[in-house]
Design a protein around this ligand. Structure first.
Ligand SMILES: Cc1cc2nc3c(=O)[nH]c(=O)nc-3n(C[C@H](O)[C@H](O)[C@H](O)COP(=O)(O)OP(=O)(O)OC[C@H]3O[C@@H](n4cnc5c(N)ncnc54)[C@H](O)[C@@H]3O)c2cc1C
Length: 433
């Protein structure tokens, strides 16, 4: 049996406080660090100017530099994961593959296929808990069924956390265990079939003042009042263990948001039908209007409702949208325009730098009223009142809608009261079926 193993990076692109990597380095004499550009995923991205692929390439190059300094290199491949593992094992007969767990239905399937293949070659595979404090199976009700209400889930999460604290896992002293080899290249964007976008990616630097004041500032989209770490949590360029420690020290409201993240991952894991259907099946009976012209005006930020339009323009220009605006735009699409939440969800999925299936799906269903623990269908955000409360001096609106207040800005696509009454009637009808 050889004495080296592999660590397979996926959504954990960091060389510090990484659970799978920590256990691999502590168990084996040498570790070959591997990343695979999965062609199923690359091919599914319709837009070849996708900043997220650019972000991954840049991050892999940074990691490669760190590994180079330690006399090692990242081994980067492109292809279908099982085929790539066949190729790797033919060249490097390691005896184990370590990776971190992923809880999305498609990735679970992929990991099962890879584990089966590896086992057929006598190679063990180990998947560790890393991107969450508690995996979906860790927090269950006393009767072992999953929670569907956030406050009850959170209570159990905090109880368990107090008993079972997760400490950061240092690997700095283990760098000598990376496989010694000449540096290998990380493919550039063009060779992957993608084009540079020039997007500005958020930094991993955290301003403690933002976290300390989070509960006071997080709802005002014109203020830099949130962490902007979503993309880094998505790709694992920060460690959730470190963030939870920071949240415990600085702000409970921010901790709450990190728990919401795990709540929606848990929902997706236990109720995978939510990917294509409403969490509550009765809502699949809603008679959506799905008007194409209305949808295009929503996408382009031309509905004549400034809070909605500012949010959509922010998203289109930067790949980010403030959470308050995400709630308003999602509610507006599903309730005011009666457009199937899945169309909006897909639009966000294509555009958000921090796009994450569990959080996007969970929050869309929350806003559309079709999800677990969701806004009741008859509670309909009034965009004008939202503006008065959360953008009282129009700072956010003016930033994203330069033509606001001029004749170039469109008239409202629909009257608010009319839309509200129509949505309530249509949702009610579905519930009566
Ligand atoms: C319709 C809609 C779609 C959304 N889609 C996504 C998505 O694809 N990916 C995503 O990470 N978040 C999504 N969110 C949740 C939230 O809007 C973003 O996490 C947040 O705006 C990101 O900004 P931030 O990094 O500054 O987060 P902060 O406000 O600083 O929060 C810290 C982290 O906590 C997590 N978080 C915060 N709020 C939520 C929440 N409501 N649900 C789950 N996790 C949360 C995120 O990981 C976030 O980065 C969505 C919300 C709505 C209403």
């Amino acid at each position: 049996m050889s004495n080296f193993a592999f660590f397979w990076f996926r959504r954990d692109l960091r060389l510090h406080d990484n659970a799978g990597l920590y256990f691999a380095l502590n168990t084996f004499k040498q570790i070959i660090p591997v990343f695979i550009f999965d062609t199923h995923i690359l091919n599914s991205l319709a837009n070849k100017q996708d900043p997220r692929v650019e972000f991954i390439c840049a991050r892999l190059r940074e990691m490669n530099e760190q590994l180079k300094a330690a006399g090692s290199s990242l081994f980067v491949y492109t292809g279908s994961p099982v085929e790539v593992w066949k190729k790797i094992l033919a060249e490097y007969p390691g005896c184990a593959v370590y990776a971190n767990e992923d809880y999305e239905p498609d990735t679970l399937k992929r990991d099962r296929q890879v584990a089966k293949f590896l086992s057929s070659r006598g190679v063990a595979s180990f998947f560790l808990r890393d991107q969450v404090i508690f995996a979906p199976q860790d927090i269950l009700k006393d009767d072992k069924t999953p929670y569907t209400v956030f406050t009850a889930y959170k209570r159990k999460w905090l109880q368990k956390f107090n008993l079972d604290r997760c400490e950061p896992l240092p690997i700095d002293d283990l760098f000598a265990k990376f496989y010694r080899c000449r540096p290998r290249p990380v493919p550039d964007l063009t060779s992957l079939g993608f084009i540079k976008t020039g997007y500005q990616f958020p930094t991993t630097k955290i301003d403690p003042k933002v976290i300390i004041n989070y509960h006071k500032t997080r709802d005002y989209p014109a203020q830099p009042g949130t962490s902007r770490l979503g993309m880094h949590l998505r790709f694992g360029t920060v460690s959730v263990r470190e963030l939870v420690q920071l949240a415990l020290d600085l702000n409970d409201t921010w901790l709450n948001e990190l728990i919401w993240r795990e709540f929606f991952m848990m929902i997706l894991y236990h109720f995978p039908h939510v990917v294509h259907h409403s969490f509550r099946p009765v809502y699949d009976g809603i008679a959506w209007r799905n008007d194409e012209k209305d949808f295009t005006r929503w996408c382009d930020g031309l509905t004549g409702y400034p809070m909605v339009d500012a949010g959509m323009r922010e998203l289109n220009a930067t790949g980010f949208m403030h959470n308050r605006a995400r709630m308003i735009t999602a509610s507006f699409l599903s309730k005011h325009l009666l457009i199937d939440w899945r169309m909006g969800e897909r639009y966000f999925a294509a555009k958000l730098l921090d796009y994450e299936l569990a959080a996007n799906n969970g929050n869309w269903q929350w806003a559309a009223g079709t999800g677990c623990d969701a806004v009741p269908y008859f509670r309909i955000f009034n965009p004008a009142l939202q503006q008065k409360r959360f953008d009282p001096d129009f700072a956010y609106i003016k930033k994203w809608l330069p033509e606001f207040g001029s004749k170039d800005y469109p008239q409202p696509i629909i009257d608010h009261n009319l839309a509200r009454a129509r949505a309530i009637a249509v949702y009610k009808q579905a519930l009566q079926k």
